[in-house]
Design a protein around this ligand. Structure first.
Ligand code: MSP
Length: 591
């Protein structure tokens, strides 16, 4: 049975990868989306696990594909120069969205070529890879073979791009996926993988995707080509592009096979400069591959089979999200409706990078159904959640503290719960418990990769604060004369004390909510923490404006009125306006 990485707690090493993207073209919303999800998920892992937890988030580019060489040739550029330029475009796109990764893998780097060659050599030595003849249906747009049944089902057209499939015959090296691992031939890959997928909750997510993979596994497995014959006169080959098959200079390693291996390159301890990264691929680590449904088969079947052959633990989770579509239409070259990075950048300039992050993280296709990027919806979500939600709530609370307490955190005198009297009856707010519940909800949603759910725990806390203000009406209490009293449920207290307790509770609950919201809104929350003198992050010399390490795990940081809480008497300054309301009538930026 294959061993899998089985994380034990919120503190176990956390390794998250995105696909490495082809550099034939510039990035669009799809690439940015997956990488943003990775960024938010890994920021949550750091926040929840605290400073001791090893977290590693890697993205990068896949450079040896035929279509990359073809695009370079069309531009009259060397593949290297073309790949350098586009890899730079990907990095710039991720920067524009405030995405921070721990490593950016490029498959043309020496470290990757070395690791991939080493792993392939092992598979050759063991006999898991061998030379053979192959004839099959080749999908040129996806650079992969599809099975006879898939080809037939799609009328001999690409299941993804609908372009015609080609019949190809070649002598190639194959990975013997149709058989069994050489180190233990008693059970086939099909059996081993089916059993692993069925018995390991969370190995393939979302659940619907798991059933698709199991269905395809029942149709049987074909061998997978792992090499391409080097074509004479191919300029990319002459440039030395790609990875040669160890011991056979006539073959180049098929791009998909080496691309998958990048996930191991990133954490390879023997690679110079990477000491200590081995913790990220051990049985007690949480290893998550994030990708979209288009490339699930490679990640859920081909890659795990190679790992089984190599006797390396399987990843914990292969998470395949759905697609972003544009204004209700599938994005395609022929329709010319790709949402390019320039569009997203224009949105970030107008509404802030955090606002774009929020839309992608909460409205994106993280589940099994596609999601729409539509301007009208963007403005609606922005206004509801950010301008009228978090932004308005934080500024209301800040303004009242400014007006009634001279901008210093009021002293609640230990009163952390309140019962508001409403026309409908008494309504109780036990803030320490509400905050704990929000944290627990965020933690368990994050563990299931439900990032929208995790963020919702923060938004709901903000809504509670709004409701609390509506029910306790601090602005009315402020108008009461000295000597008047207010009921907090069981007891009555002087109006000024009641006002202090209510506003402290509001501000402290907003602080806790911003912790939970911070993985999606790193810049705006950091601005608020600094203004409110409650910055929970460790200083980060590399990026002082955007630290991502926290001083303690979320559960400790979020303790209501605890050591990291707002301190009575401390200055509570005004943050820069968080989110200005957007006018729905205004034209979409960058359109
Ligand atoms: N190079 C391979 C991956 C190798 S991984 C070892 C590849 N590259 S790609 O540039 O085509 O990127 C595919 C990935 O981009 C998808 O799996 C997904 O993560 C992202 N997206 C591309 N289009 C997308 C949408 N329309 N919507 C959401 N994400 C999509 O495949």
């Amino acid at each position: 049975m294959p061993r899998a990485a089985t994380p034990t707690s919120n503190r176990s090493p956390y390794y998250l990868t995105t696909p490495i993207y082809y550099v034939n073209d510039r990035p669009h919303i799809g690439h940015c989306y997956t990488t943003l999800v990775g960024d938010v998920a890994s920021r949550f892992a750091r926040l929840i696990g605290g400073p001791e937890r090893p977290v590693f988030f890697m993205t990068g580019t896949d450079e040896h594909a035929e279509k990359v060489a073809a695009a370079a040739a069309k531009q009259g550029m060397s593949v290297q120069a073309w790949a350098d330029r586009n890899a730079g475009e990907f990095r710039a796109a991720f920067d524009a969205l405030d995405i921070r990764y721990d490593d950016f893998m490029r498959t043309s780097q020496a470290r990757h070529k070395a690791v991939a060659a080493r792993l392939i050599q092992r598979l050759l030595d063991q006999g898991d890879i061998a030379l053979g003849d192959y004839e099959g249906w080749w999908d040129p747009s996806q650079e992969e073979y599809v099975t006879e049944s898939t080809a037939k089902e799609h009328d001999y057209k690409s299941p993804v791009t609908k372009k015609p499939l080609e019949r190809r015959t070649e002598q190639n090296y194959f990975f013997r996926l149709s058989g069994a691992p050489s180190r233990d031939p008693s059970r086939s890959y099909a059996e081993l993988l089916t059993e692993h997928i069925e018995r390991t909750p969370g190995f393939i997510l979302p659940e619907q995707r798991k059933n698709e993979v199991l269905g395809r596994l029942r149709q049987g497995l074909n061998d997978v080509p792992v090499s391409r014959r080097v074509k004479a006169g191919d300029p990319a080959a002459e440039e030395g592009w790609g990875i040669l098959m160890p011991g056979d200079a006539e073959h180049r390693v098929y791009v998909w096979i080496e691309a998958l291996m990048n996930y191991l390159t990133g954490v390879d301890e023997a690679t110079p400069g990477q000491a200590g990264r081995g913790v990220f691929w051990r049985e007690d680590a949480r290893v998550t591959h994030l990708l979209a449904k288009d490339i699930l088969w490679f990640h859920a079947v081909v890659w795990p089979a190679m790992l089984i052959a190599l006797d390396i633990p399987l990843p914990t989770t292969v998470y395949a999200h759905a697609y972003f579509v544009s204004e209700g239409m599938k994005m395609s070259k022929s329709l010319g409706n790709f949402i390019e990075i320039d569009r997203l950048r224009a949105y970030a300039e107008k509404y802030s990078a955090d606002a774009v992050r929020w839309y992608l993280a909460t409205q994106g296709p993280l589940g099994a159904t596609d999601a729409d990027f539509a301007h009208g919806r963007f403005v609606e979500v922005y206004n509801a959640d950010l301008a009228n939600g978090l932004g308005n709530c934080a500024s209301r609370v800040g303004n009242m503290i400014d007006k009634y307490f001279g901008g210093a955190v009021p002293d609640p005198r230990g009163v952390h719960a309140w019962t508001a009297q409403t026309p409908q009856g008494a309504s109780a707010y036990d803030w320490p418990a509400l905050c704990r519940e929000a944290v627990e909800k965020a933690e368990s949603a994050h563990a299931a990769m439900d990032l929208h759910g995790a963020l919702r725990a923060g938004s709901e806390l903000i809504s509670r604060v709004d409701a609390f203000i509506g029910e306790t009406r601090p602005f009315s209490i402020a108008k009461l004369a000295d000597g008047e009293t207010v009921s907090s449920g069981a007891e009555r207290m002087p109006a000024k004390d009641a006002l202090a307790a209510i506003l402290y509770q509001c501000a402290e609950a907003v602080r806790v909510a911003t912790l939970i919201l911070s993985p999606a809104l790193p810049a705006k929350t950091h601005g608020l923490w600094r203004a409110w003198n409650c910055d929970p992050t460790e200083p980060d010399a590399e990026n002082p404006e955007r630290p991502r390490r926290f001083r303690a795990p979320l559960a400790e940081l979020a303790e209501f009125g605890g050591v990291y809480g707002l301190r009575p008497g401390a200055a509570l300054g005004k943050p820069e306006a968080m989110f200005m309301r957007a006018d729905p009538a205004e034209a979409a930026p960058g359109a």
